[in-house]
Design a protein around this ligand. Structure first.
Ligand SMILES: Nc1ncnc2c1ncn2[C@@H]1O[C@H](COP(=O)(O)OP(=O)(O)OP(=O)(O)O)[C@@H](O)[C@H]1O
Length: 266
């Protein structure tokens, strides 16, 4: 049985600027894609759940975040930021093994587990490469591998991923999301993943949260959320919804010809 997770009236402010306004939602086991336009507050909300940004309201991951020590939080919740800068001479394997630090079995099981996880992401060849020499996409995959190492053996934990596929090609995006989906299922994780690619969200997410201007605009299944009206409301873009295999929705944005004429004319 997974631990229940929900957000209750979560607000995040910096100075007098409100970045996230009163978000309440239940985080179910499975993959939830967090979508919305740039600046909507997706990363900020993830940081609040990730324990790196102050918030008002309550975030409950089994217990209220406020009652959990940083180590207790790290034993059940992994957060992968949009980009990671590690200037030290750690290898990819070292970085993934660091995910075990909150656990007691840090060595030597950690390195074996880290190697297995890298192999499952098709990255055995990178294990001994120094992290700063990896490409953006390779770094992203190593950081997801580290989060999976951190949550290995945890049932019902929370996996928070901020645009993990933004630097990946389509094949590697799908490979990474397949690994995330497998880990989510086998560990009964609550996975919240920020995705800009709505079609990737449609294929992998059990539910979608759409944010706009700091608020949670819509939540529901991909079929419920990915409608022309919702996409216009969230992004201001006209779109057609096509159907892929198994009737999975695919978003086809319609180019605004008037706008392109204006740009050429100006
Ligand atoms: N520390 C901060 N101080 C002031 N403004 C901030 C701070 N952090 C974020 N913001 C602003 O809050 C808004 C939400 O930012 P956030 O990074 O959460 O958006 P996002 O939805 O993740 O966007 P993107 O898709 O571009 O990553 C943005 O306008 C951003 O500039």
């Amino acid at each position: 049985m997974g631990m229940s997770g929900f957000l209750s009236g979560v607000c995040v402010c910096v100075g007098d600027k409100s970045l996230v306004e009163c978000v309440s939602a239940t985080l179910e086991p499975g993959i939830t894609a967090l979508v919305g336009p740039s600046g909507a507050g997706k990363s900020t909300l993830l940081k609040a759940i990730g324990g790196v940004m102050d918030f008002k309201g309550d975030i409950v991951l089994g217990r209220s975040l406020r009652e959990l020590s940083p180590q207790e939080q790290a034993l059940q919740r992994a957060w992968v930021p949009q980009s990671t800068h590690l200037p030290f001479a750690y290898t990819a394997l070292d970085v993934v093994a660091m995910g075990r630090l909150p656990h007691d079995d840090a060595e030597p099981g950690a390195r074996r587990l880290a190697a297995d996880i890298l192999a499952s992401l098709d990255m055995n060849g990178l294990a001994n490469r120094l992290f700063p020499t990896l490409s953006g996409g390779e770094k992203a995959r190593v950081m997801v591998a580290r989060a999976l190492a951190q949550l290995h053996g945890v049932r019902g934990g929370w996996l928070l991923l901020d645009e993990p596929t933004s630097a990946l090609d389509i094949a590697n995006s799908m490979l990474l999301m397949d690994v995330v989906a497998r880990a989510t299922k086998s560990l009964d994780l609550h996975t919240l993943v920020v995705l800009h690619d709505l079609n990737l969200a449609a294929q992998y997410a059990d539910s979608i949260w759409m944010m706009s201007h700091g608020r949670l605009l819509l939540e529901g299944s991909p079929n419920d959320v990915l409608t022309p009206d919702a996409i216009y409301m969230g992004f201001g873009v006209h779109a057609q919804i096509l159907r892929g295999p198994d009737q999975i929705p695919a978003v086809f944005p319609i180019r605004n010809l008037e706008r392109s004429h204006d740009v050429v004319a100006s």
